[in-house]
Write a protein of this length. Structure first.
Length: 383
């Protein structure tokens, strides 16, 4: 008797996992910070919902395939920060009919690695947080986490950011800009533009992050050396007037899932143990440094509410999407001043952004999931 074929199963099939390309490393001085951030995010991704592909960008700018053996090493080891090597196989993005696909190129041959549903770029600084890789994603039809091309570029360039925030009626501090041409052809005029500012000054690379390249200047005699130091990171320099005895406050902003107003986290405070110190690279990423991070901050509720409102306005002023951290000074006379907006804040275990959202009821895995859901629901192309 012929066998009777079994009826097709009516049991629900598990949904396909979302394929996430985690992009990290990069050409900027924040390469190792990006690797640390990637390690934190990878640990938070639910493997039942997300299938991860690692795309590393080496210090020379090569896109490489970051396999499991690389992803497992993205943490501080014996006091050393992680970084990518140059010997991995090249990663190649290919635009298909319905989006982008990833391939591996080795010895002239291409091997398909499959589709990409969404990219989670964890690059910090120039060539990653400044609109450049966001432009590549746009061209390749890839949905991605975070701010678009323009908002990323504005948020990265402290000069452009201050112009946009001031034009939007947001409070910013006194500053001067030293362009490469000014410094090279009329250094006297460049220094004269700073003369209207009151010391102490903070001399910063215009397009840097993680407090790299920054020096505090208390004496005019030290100004030129500080500018040269900052120019080692970016030929364009911003000089900001410091706020004596001001409190340093931060909060996180998230785009709404239902296209409503941005959501703002609890307020946090950075307290240096020395009056002359500032929140530099070591204080941010090496926990033994002399800094306290108070989450939430002890703050007058009215001041906290005003700050949260200003943070949402700052987010919208640059046309941000996804996420941002907004940093403030609270001056001695109780004025709030926007210091800057960071469109791709760090996600390491010591980073403020995950901490403020945890204090607001959104834990780390839920925060990462929220960002991916925001990216998946937004359309590609102009919006």
């Amino acid at each position: 008797m012929p066998s009777i074929p079994e009826a097709p199963s009516t049991a629900p099939q598990p949904p396909a996992r979302v394929r996430v390309a985690v992009v990290f490393g990069g050409q900027s001085s924040e390469h190792s910070v990006s690797c640390l951030t990637a390690g934190g995010v990878l640990a938070a991704l639910d493997p039942e919902r997300y299938e991860v592909t690692g795309i590393g960008i080496t210090r020379s700018g090569r896109l490489v395939v970051a396999g499991p053996e690389v992803l497992e090493r993205l943490h501080v080891t014996d006091g050393r920060l992680p970084e990518l090597t140059e010997d991995a196989a090249e990663a190649v993005l290919v635009r298909g009919e319905t989006g982008s696909e990833l391939a591996r190129r080795e010895q002239g041959s291409l091997a398909a690695l499959g589709r990409i549903d969404v990219a989670f770029s964890l690059l910090h600084g120039p060539f990653g947080e400044d609109g450049t890789i966001q432009g590549m994603f746009e061209l390749m039809g890839v949905r991605y986490v975070g701010a678009g091309v323009l908002a990323s570029a504005v948020g990265m360039d402290k000069h452009a950011m201050k112009l946009v925030l001031a034009a939007s009626g947001l409070p910013i501090g006194p500053y001067a800009v030293i362009t490469p041409r000014q410094w090279e052809h009329d250094r006297g005029a460049a220094l004269e533009s700073v003369a209207t500012l009151t010391y102490p000054l903070f001399v910063k690379p215009a397009r840097g992050g993680s407090s790299l390249g920054i020096r505090r200047v208390d004496d005019p005699a030290d100004l030129e050396a500080a500018v040269e130091f900052a120019r080692g990171y970016d030929p364009k320099v911003v000089v900001e007037q410091g706020f004596v005895n001001a409190r340093e406050l931060e909060c996180g902003v998230l785009q709404s899932l239902d296209d409503g107003s941005p959501e703002v986290s609890a307020v946090a405070e950075i307290r240096m143990h020395t009056a002359s110190g500032f929140y530099d690279f070591e204080a941010k990423y090496l926990p033994e440094e002399q800094v306290d991070l108070d989450v939430p901050a002890e703050l007058d509720p009215a001041v906290a509410a005003e700050m949260q409102q200003l943070a949402a306005r700052t987010f919208e002023a640059i046309g941000c999407e996804g996420l941002a951290r907004v940093d403030f000074f609270l001056t001695e006379d109780r004025r709030l001043v926007v210091n800057e907006i960071n469109t791709m804040p760090g996600f390491t275990e010591h980073s403020m952004f995950p901490r403020v959202w945890a204090a607001s009821g959104l834990d780390y895995p839920s925060l990462v999931d929220r960002l991916l859901q925001l990216a998946l629901q937004r359309p590609t192309g102009l919006r």
